[in-house]
Write a protein that binds this ligand. Structure first.
Ligand code: DLL
Length: 432
């Protein structure tokens, strides 16, 4: 069975990767400095020029980029290729109103397909496989990203998208899906429904590639047992490319970063200081091969550890641990990134008080979101009809802002507990 998709990269000697990274970094920095005023301004402010970047060793001299930069430069300010050369966009949540929009040229899509193909082959995919893609298709990167990788390997690809669980299972049985790709929470829901439908013996799955949200080793154990598969993790973010920034191999212990395209660093989130391998901190990525959206030193806010060394699978690419949390307050609810600041923007926009609470739970393997907010004293005298209308309006506006629906509970003034220190706004009851 084929183990690697591009062994010349996946198993390259570390010095070769460093050399490749240095060449690509130098070229990318020169190109964005010359063509993107936003980068030039940031680098000028930090007093660094392309001549200062001679190899990967100099990476730390570059300024960081954050989601705030993406908002400031929205939509085209960080575009590093002519718009006419771009063939696609994908998008993810911003911290308030504006979403993050990432651009791709055909070259970018091609290298992304390679990254996802590496992940699929590491999970055992060959041309004989039927890849069942139940990540969402559309602006979210999950569906189309994995779809591209599955085509690249030559697998029969089922572009199911998410939802319609019974139809998913019917296709899984009828078409003999062998590799399931979706969020781990949806995989649990599918597993439970398969059991309820009594179809456990009809499915032919051998592997699952699960990511886009945090999942535990316990959850891996449950999924492997219930579905009779090997379950592999996959990581990525829209700003960098989507799924396939890193992927798990047969060792199932950490994800290999596609270092020929993305240089990872771990920094102290408070000071920005670069930390050595093995230390826990915030993960930062620099794109070194992309045309349209080559973010430099992008702070992911994911807390993580990098480790180097020989891997039992034969790959030499550095490994990142499962993300251990975030250095901001982003929540992932039903696979969608949600920032409390987005919810606050809607509440304030609808005239509500700033006293609110966000309660997240997982019921039957599906995330639930409830927003509790106090009515202002003047709203409290409204008629029941008026209050119901406010609630409806708020629910709609939240759905528009977040892209997922939330239960809204309006509370009497001063009924949400006040805290003496920092307000406790988020109650996450999920056990994963
Ligand atoms: O979630 C891309 C993706 C799709 C990855 C399908 C894997 C599979 P975004 O919507 O931009 O992109 O969300 C990115 O999700 O910064 C992490 O906080 C979180 N995340 C992604 N993969 C994992 C994972 C996609 N395997 C954000 N484990 C990232 C934990 C993950 N968190």
């Amino acid at each position: 069975m084929r183990q690697y998709f591009q062994p010349e990269i996946e198993c390259a000697a570390p010095e070769e990767i460093i050399k490749l990274q240095s060449e690509r970094l130098v070229d990318t920095v020169r190109r964005v400095y010359d063509t993107v005023p936003y980068y030039r301004k940031k680098m000028d402010e930090k007093g660094v020029t392309p001549d200062d970047i001679k190899s990967r060793e100099d990476l730390h001299k570059l300024p960081f980029l954050t989601k705030d930069d993406l908002r400031e430069a929205y939509p085209y300010g960080l575009l590093a290729a002519p718009l006419a050369d771009c063939v696609r966009i994908h998008s993810t949540s911003g911290t308030t109103g504006k979403r993050v929009v990432a651009f791709y040229t055909q070259h970018d899509i091609d290298l992304w397909d390679d990254c996802c193909a590496r992940a699929l082959v590491a999970a055992g995919a060959t041309t004989e496989d039927v890849v069942h893609v139940a990540y969402g298709y559309g602006l979210f990167t999950g569906g189309m990203g994995i779809n591209g990788g599955a085509h690249r390997v030559g697998c029969l690809t089922l572009p199911m998208s998410s939802g319609n669980t019974e139809r998913q299972i019917q296709f899984m049985c009828d078409l003999g899906s062998t590799i399931l790709c979706c969020t781990p929470s949806y995989a649990e829901y599918l597993a439970e429904t398969i059991e309820e439908m009594g179809l456990r013996d009809e499915i032919k799955l051998k592997a699952g590639i699960f990511g886009a949200e945090a999942w535990s080793e316990e959850m891996r154990g449950r999924l492997q047992e219930k579905l009779g598969i090997q379950a592999y993790d996959i990581y990525g973010l829209t700003e960098i490319i989507g799924p396939g920034v890193s992927f798990e191999c047969s060792e199932q212990a950490g994800m290999h970063v596609n270092e020929d395209h993305f240089i990872p660093e771990i920094i102290n989130p408070e000071t920005g200081e670069v930390l050595p391998d093995g230390e826990k901190g915030e993960l930062v990525f620099t794109c070194i091969s992309k045309d349209a959206f080559p973010l430099l030193r992008y702070r992911t806010r994911d807390i993580c550890v990098l480790t180097r060394g020989e891997c039992g699978c034969g790959r030499t690419l550095v490994k990142m641990a499962k993300p251990m949390g975030r250095s901001d307050d982003m929540l992932i609810i039903r696979g969608v990134n949600v920032f409390p600041s987005q919810i606050e923007t809607v509440l304030i926009g609808c005239g509500f008080s700033g006293n609110y609470q966000i309660v997240v739970d997982r019921v039957h393997h599906t995330d639930t979101l409830e927003v509790l907010v106090e009515l202002n004293p003047e709203m409290f005298t409204d008629t029941v009809k008026q209050i119901e209308a406010r609630e409806r309006d708020l629910r709609e506006k939240l759905k528009n802002m977040l892209g997922i629906s939330a239960k809204v509970t309006l509370k009497a003034p001063k009924s949400i507990a006040r805290s003496e220190g920092k307000a406790v706004r988020i109650i996450d009851k999920r056990k994963i």
